[in-house]
Design a binder for this molecule. Structure first.
Ligand code: ZN
Ligand code: ZN
Length: 413
């Protein structure tokens, strides 16, 4: 029996790139000063990875399912249920979950601001949430939580619900809120409930004290909810059931927390961990070390700032986010290198030149103090192509990590 270790998966969201003219034709990984990643690359095994499949541009949710070892095509429940789980709204069989935006409409339900100014404070969010959570429409119960800014998650519970309905968000200002339509026979009831709910949300929100105060301050009132990304509750075998391991997630965004909870990870709260460049990297390192020492067998750490910088076409910020993550990983290695097997990678490429996800493979390094090294000497998309891991898929990452960490039993005798 091999010694068992903790598998540590560090994902920098959207960190893969193409040569960037502003960086002298280097990718962000090549341009960044990353002594710790480079040390892992020199003494570990490197490769390139198609996170979903060759040529398939990943969304972050499906990409993470693959990285956790789940077939994203078979096991994806839609974004709504994952976002809801990440917001702490657990769904049950039969439930349908949505992502929700607070928006601003006029009295004809024409959209003036799809995000109600984006600046809903936690206090305002609580007041708005109270007006919606627990509503009853026909035989359907509404549960709602505000998450950050204009965002929230919503779960419908009741008989005969379907996720196969069209969007109510016109995705443009100056257009009226759309009527949800059934996309398959049997979805008529859900479309009707959603249409009633969206109108009821306007009735309940428009005269709230919180919106009166916002209007007084010249801010757009959060006077309606727009729902999207519907998905029906699903369950998959957890990592605990598949491998007998305890797994934990340290992430700042609801989608990542939710995707990890969906596969059975415990969410470990980190003070100051957010989805921005100002996330508290020091606290994440300390909490990761503590979580590894507490006996978790699989620890997933998510850093979002790299993807934000890429969507914002900001190469300097992307380099900075990579360098801060490198320092964070260095701190973790200083404390627990002997107890872990680690993979450092990205969930997809988001070239700063494009500002959106693309299908280019991402670099990955797999390291522990006993893993056979290859000839790669730096961590980047270009260097990793020469590595011993060759070309793998996202679904290979968790089996590789857990195999080297001693959690996958021998096959055969
Ligand atoms: Zn992503
Ligand atoms: Zn993205």
């Amino acid at each position: 029996m091999t010694e068992k270790r903790t598998a540590l998966l560090v994902v920098m969201d959207g960190a893969g790139d193409r040569p960037i003219p502003e960086l002298g034709g280097k990718t962000a990984f090549q341009a960044a000063d990353t002594p710790n990643f480079d040390r892992l690359a020199q003494t570990g095994m490197n490769g390139l990875m198609d996170v979903i499949a060759p040529g398939q541009t990943p969304g972050s949710d499906t990409a993470h399912l693959a990285l956790f070892g789940y077939d994203p095509i078979d096991s994806y429940p839609g974004r709504g249920p994952l976002e809801a789980l990440g917001a702490g709204l657990d769904s049950r069989p039969g439930d349908v979950a949505f992502r929700s935006n607070f928006a601003t409409v006029d009295s004809n339900l024409t959209v003036i601001d799809r995000r109600a100014g984006r600046d809903i404070s936690p206090e305002e969010g609580r007041e708005l949430q109270e007006a919606l959570d627990g509503l009853q429409i026909e035989d359907v119960t509404v549960r709602f939580v505000h998450t950050v800014e204009h965002r929230g998650a919503l779960v419908l519970s009741g008989p005969s619900l379907s996720a196969e309905i069209s969007d109510v968000d016109p995705h443009e200002t100056g257009k009226p809120v759309l009527e949800a339509r059934p996309l398959v026979p049997g979805a008529e009831k859900t479309a009707r409930i959603v249409n009633k709910l969206v109108r009821l949300s306007h009735e309940r929100l428009k005269d709230l004290e919180v919106n009166r105060r916002r209007v007084e301050r010249g801010l757009p009132p959060a006077n309606i909810i727009l729902l999207r990304g519907p998905g029906k509750h699903r369950e998959v075998p957890t990592l605990q059931q598949r491998y007998g391991i305890r797994a934990a997630v340290l992430a700042g965004g609801a989608l990542y927390i939710g995707t990890a909870r969906y596969v059975g990870m415990d969410h470990i709260h980190v003070e100051g961990q957010t989805g921005t460049i100002d996330t508290n990297f020091g606290n994440i390192a300390s909490k990761a070390i503590e979580t590894i020492r507490q006996g978790y067998n699989y620890v997933f750490v998510h850093i979002k700032a790299t993807d934000n910088a890429s969507h914002d076409h900001n190469p300097e910020q992307k380099v900075l986010a990579i360098e801060r993550t490198d320092a964070m990983v260095g701190r973790i290695l200083d404390e627990v290198a002997d107890d872990i097997v680690v993979a450092v990678t990205a969930d997809h490429t988001t070239p700063v030149s494009v500002g959106d996800h693309t299908c280019d493979p991402v670099p990955i390094v797999l390291w522990s103090d006993f893993i056979r090294p290859d000839s790669v000497t730096a961590f980047s998309e270009i260097d990793a192509a020469q590595g011993a891991l060759g070309h793998i898929r996202g679904m290979d990452v968790t089996p590789l990590l857990l195999g080297y960490a001693g959690w996958v039993p021998k096959f055969g005798s």
